[in-house]
Design a protein around this ligand. Sequence first.
Ligand SMILES: NC(=O)c1ccc[n+]([C@@H]2O[C@H](COP(=O)([O-])OP(=O)(O)OC[C@H]3O[C@@H](n4cnc5c(N)ncnc54)[C@H](OP(=O)(O)O)[C@@H]3O)[C@@H](O)[C@H]2O)c1
Length: 229
Amino acid sequence: MNISLSIPSDTQVGILGGSGIVNRTIAFRFAASGWSVSIGSRDPARAAQTASGIAQSLPGADVQGLTNGDVAARGGLVFLCVPYDNAAATLRSCRELWQPDTVVVDTTVPLVFDPQRGAIIQTVDGNSGSEVLVRELPERVPLVAAFKTIPAHILGDVHEPLDCDVIVCSDHPEAKARVMKAAMQFSGLRAVDGGPLRHARALEAMCCMVIGINRRHKAKGGRFRVVGL
Ligand SMILES: NC(=O)c1ccc[n+]([C@@H]2O[C@H](COP(=O)([O-])OP(=O)(O)OC[C@H]3O[C@@H](n4cnc5c(N)ncnc54)[C@H](OP(=O)(O)O)[C@@H]3O)[C@@H](O)[C@H]2O)c1
């Protein structure tokens, strides 16, 4: 597949845990939009392999594989895409590395899967995972909760428009606006301001709900759109 690229300036994105099957499609979508993309991994060889796979599909794409720490040190938008149980430790390992222009985009959801009851949210004192994780960042690094409600199956099909909303929550309006603008580049995706970070509680519950809806309807592509805006 050949996609022509137009490269805008100041467009830098990194993915912590970017070698994951779903996360590499986020990287692919940004690379296809002309962003400079760094794939992070605990193992730089795995990250390099993922980056090379994307570069093969997108000749001319600016994509490289790095350690998670090197991704943090590069700055820009940094997507946190590791399992929730490992997310705090991943942020902690980057603590001294964050750059002044960085915004962390938290996609993680604190889910556990119960064989009888399906997906269940694990909260800490009623807080969302995002409200817990933001404590691992220095005050100067804003965290934005986003992409929590879009199923992997939908993100992964790069040939189809996403045809849904990404609801974005943060206590930092500028950081939120930056993430919303970036998300709008994905074909068929509309970014909706979901308010402050505490509303990530709803996003995480919606993720849990959509997993159940898809399971009950034997579907993979159920997702959310806000009507009437
Ligand atoms: N899948 C979905 O539909 C969906 C939807 C919305 C949100 N999310 C959230 O997105 C996040 C990633 O989901 P996923 O399904 O892509 O997860 P995943 O495939 O299990 O993990 C993604 C990457 O995280 C890294 N990782 C794994 N274990 C780790 C550990 N112990 N410490 C640090 N890094 C580790 C791995 O990269 P390396 O081995 O290369 O380091 C892995 O490729 C989750 O928090 C999930 O809740 C998923």
